[in-house]
Design a protein around this ligand. Structure first.
Ligand code: AHN
Ligand code: ZN
Length: 334
């Protein structure tokens, strides 16, 4: 659908609750106090292109040329969209013994503002498609169109909007590296720490001392058609109020069919590490459409996690929700 220029600014109306039923019908009813919060329009076409561009570099497996090229592009994009960027380089030793040259990419808006929120996604892609039904494909690198690039693409479009209409608070966008090289189906507790190496490093080595955003929101696999974003276990354990506020806002925006009122299992993901090691409350928006293991989308960790499984409507719903959170929060209305 072609968007008209006058639709650029969406306005969300907040009517003050007029709960007084005893009001006499003869008195002139005062106009309800209406506060308008301008929220820019999230462009899902641009978000889709941001996802496609990452995938075009090739699988973003650490130590590959595609990984390096994508990093440079992401840093350039965040700068172009007005962020102050920090590249946090580190070496991550995977469970295989491979040492990955890795980089967390941190884009800051209003770096000195005290009040801030954190938005994140992982930008690397998995080294093996070990969930592929075809044994011949299980050693392939994964495109990670959904698993990785979708969250990053949404946040790049959020970044573009933050330049167009600066928010009255700080926002940090972090692209974590080396999230996706863990042991699949691991049973020992320590196996879970083979995942999320970038967020583990960042949470133990914050880019600024005393960094304390109000909360964080992680986007992981937010690109598939007809998603089921259940209320994830660690998020509900550590930041239930944030989950419930985000899900309520999503329902108000007409996305209750995506942001379902269901409890999902606890998923080891970057938000868990941020909560565990940096003590920052953080939630995960992650698609869990299956009721049986693996709970993730069928293309998860397969050669089918490609652009064919990316849906613009889903990107748009998640992105517009993120903008609503940001601009409402900035106005003290969240
Ligand atoms: C586990 O399977 C333990 N965690 C999944 C986290 C993940 C992988 N998110 C995306 N890819
Ligand atoms: Zn993954």
């Amino acid at each position: 659908m072609k968007q008209l220029p006058f639709l650029l600014i969406l306005v969300l109306f907040f009517a003050a609750c007029q709960g007084d039923s005893k009001q006499k019908s003869t008195t002139t009813t005062p106009k309800p106090a209406v506060k308008k919060i301008p929220i820019p329009r999230f462009d899902r076409e641009l978000a889709y292109n941001f996802v496609a561009k990452q995938v075009e570099f090739g699988p973003r497996v650490p130590n590959t040329e595609a990984h390096k090229a994508t990093k440079n592009w992401l840093v350039g994009q965040l700068k172009e969209h007005g962020a102050t960027v920090i590249e946090q380089d580190f070496k991550a030793t995977a469970y295989t013994g491979t040492v990955y040259n890795s980089t967390n990419i941190i884009g800051q808006y209003n770096p000195t503002a005290k009040k801030r929120i954190l938005l994140a996604a992982h930008w690397d892609s998995r080294h093996i498609a070990d969930n592929d039904p075809d044994p011949n494909k299980q050693k392939l690198h994964v495109d990670g169109a959904d698993d990785g690039a979708s969250g990053v693409g949404v946040l790049l479009e959020v970044a573009r909007n933050l330049k167009t209409l600066p928010a009255n608070m700080g926002v940090d966008i972090i692209f974590f590296d080396a999230e996706d090289n863990g042991i699949s189906g691991g049973t020992k507790p320590e196996d879970s720490y083979t995942w999320c190496l970038g967020s583990q490093h960042w949470a133990k080595n914050l880019h600024v001392g005393g960094y304390k955003p109000k909360y964080g929101i992680l986007l992981d696999m937010v690109g598939a058609k007809s998603p089921r974003f259940k209320k994830e276990g660690y998020s509900m354990g550590n930041a239930p109020n944030i989950v419930n506020k985000v899900w309520k806002l999503a329902a108000e925006m007409g996305h209750g069919n995506y942001f379902t009122d269901e409890r999902g299992g606890a998923i080891t993901d970057d938000h868990r590490m941020v909560m565990e090691f940096a003590k920052i409350p953080m939630i995960d928006i992650i698609n869990m459409p299956n009721d049986e293991e693996p709970v993730f989308v069928n293309h998860w960790h397969t050669s089918n996690d490609n652009m064919e499984n990316i849906n613009k409507r889903t990107l748009g719903a998640v992105g517009q929700l993120m903008l609503a959170v940001i601009y409402n929060e900035a106005m003290g209305k969240f």
